[in-house]
Ligand binder design. Structure first.
Ligand code: HEM
Length: 477
């Protein structure tokens, strides 16, 4: 009996050991299998599905790549983009989860060529503590500019100058006009420079080169748009540095101080950023603040041209605001607050137009979301437009319908994220809306317009009107 017990014990121990090993090794795998990497396809070696993903389509639609993949794999799928395995999310809840978990589970991660062109200190490139410092400054910038007495007046003066230059014209290239306008506004807000100063013209010229490079193939060879853009960035940096230096000297100290208390003064007084970082920050604001806002204005004008009822309604809102004002009075904050329907038009233009289609993130560790596993290190792309164009979230999603925003609280609205979300939420959203509202105020009161030829907003995926939105305009006497 004793002779049988020993081998039985040994066998028992070995079985337990093996079971233990199996438990340790395989149970996590079994558990992981409950959370699986979303379905999808990696496409071609290296290139993956990048070309299909980037193929142009109307920004008011999902595009065939997303439509096809959603119908095959669902709203969350895997693919291979920008040389990296990627999870694409067209799902409202996952998008919200990603944006709200910045720096915890996910991190902003733009492709390397963008770093080359924006610079290593750009807000879209920096993470962690450095990003927090920039972010605080961006929020200070917003509150400083908003509380400056001339805030609305400066914008309105730029609007009226733009319209004065339209006098006698029967046709304008609207995108170009909007770009000039938003550029003048942001240069004034950030650097305190007016439209006629030589520095403004110089920065604008370099910016146009810069923008072309930002969307070009990233090949750093003499003469390519990418190389030209990197050089243009260098020149803009020099101009911005000179403007900062000039202000520093002008400010002086004590009784000679000439401080304006505007954003540039705040920036110069900050001690936790290097000179290079300050210049880079100014560039971020100029870049972030001008192209996107000009496209928003173009969207609003484009949709209003096709929606006579909305145009009638917005016009009567602005006529009512004007009814209590003298001809040359400037708009004040109270007037702005009365522009309720205008805000609905702006929101709807943002929802239908999808100026920023998606943002770039990566998973910092294995993330489990519902039945899905997002592996550590993978790229993660929350597609903002997919939520905006989802008819189960926005009834009749493909229709431009500003009335849908009546009574909705956008601040808590997860299904509307044109400005991103979480700790990377766009700091310029309010400025973009104010500029667009004041511009629309004068536009609807002074002009009738119709499109001169077919044009529509295209996602390349950066959004652009291929023909520049040519308009026939009539001044209302
Ligand atoms: C219609 C106009 C605009 C749209 C649609 C827009 C959209 C966005 C979006 C989606 C993001 C988030 C990017 C991400 O999460 O990776 C963002 C960030 C940013 N935007 Fe805007 N933006 C607009 C106007 C502006 C303006 C007027 C400014 C400057 C005054 C600005 C400056 C920035 C900056 C600096 C960031 C980076 C924020 C950070 O990383 O913390 N944007 N914008």
């Amino acid at each position: 009996m004793e002779g049988e017990l020993l081998p039985t014990l040994v066998i028992g121990l070995i079985v337990m050991l093996l079971l233990g090993l199996a438990f340790n090794h395989f149970l996590p795998l079994l558990l992981n299998q409950e959370k699986v990497i979303p379905r999808g396809s990696f496409g071609w070696p290296l290139a993956g599905e990048t070309l299909n993903f980037l193929s142009p389509h109307a920004s008011t639609s999902l595009g065939s790549f997303l439509e096809d993949h959603i119908s095959r794999y669902g709203k969350i799928f895997k693919t291979h983009l920008f040389c990296t395995p990627t999870i694409v999310s067209c799902d409202q809840e996952l998008n919200h989860f990603i944006l709200q978990n910045e720096e915890k589970l996910f991190q902003c991660s733009y492709p390397k060529p963008i770093h080359g062109i924006l610079g290593k200190s750009s807000m879209l490139v920096v993470v962690g503590e450095t990003h927090r410092r920039f972010r605080n400054l961006a929020l200070t910038m917003v509150s400083t500019t908003r509380s400056r007495p001339g805030y609305l007046n400066d914008i309105e003066t730029t609007v009226t100058r733009t319209f004065r230059s339209w006098k006698g014209k029967g046709r304008v290239n609207f995108c170009e006009e909007a770009r000039k306008f938003t550029f003048s506004v942001i240069v004034k807000q950030v650097l305190g420079l007016s439209q006629d100063e030589p520095d403004t013209a110089r920065i604008l010229e370099d910016f146009l080169t810069f923008m072309k490079g930002l969307i070009s193939f990233p090949l750093y060879v003499q003469g390519t748009p990418y190389a030209k853009a990197v050089k243009a960035r260098g020149r803009i940096s020099l101009t911005v540095k000179a403007v900062m230096e000039q202000r520093r000297r002008g400010n002086g100290v004590g009784c000679c101080s000439n401080k304006k208390g505007d954003f540039l003064d705040v920036l110069l007084s900050v001690s936790n950023l290097t000179e290079e970082e300050k210049v880079s920050f100014v560039l971020d604001l100029l870049l972030g603040g001008y192209e996107t806002t000009s496209i928003l204005m173009s969207m609003a004008v484009y949709f209003l041209a096709q929606s006579p009822l909305a145009l009638e309604k917005i016009k009567s809102e602005h006529q009512n605001i004007r009814a209590n004002m003298q001809k040359d009075d400037y708009l004040n904050l109270e007037d702005y607050k009365k522009m309720e329907f205008t805000q609905h038009v702006i929101s709807e233009a943002l929802r239908c137009g999808n100026i920023v289609k998606f943002v770039h993130r990566k998973a910092l560790r294995d993330v489990r979301f519902k039945e899905h596993l997002i592996p550590s290190g993978w790229k993660v792309l929350p597609v903002l437009s997919a939520v905006h164009l989802n008819s189960s979230l926005h009834g009749g999603a493909l229709q431009f319908n500003p009335w849908r925003w009546e009574g909705q609280n956008q601040a808590t609205c997860k299904k509307f994220t044109p400005f991103g979300g979480g700790t990377r939420l766009c700091p310029g959203s309010e400025l973009a809306k104010v500029e667009t509202a004041i511009f629309l105020h004068h536009l609807v009161l002074n002009f009738r317009w119709r499109m001169d030829c077919e044009d529509l907003p295209m996602a390349y995926p950066y959004v652009e009107f291929p023909r520049g939105l040519p308009l026939q305009i009539d001044q209302i006497s």
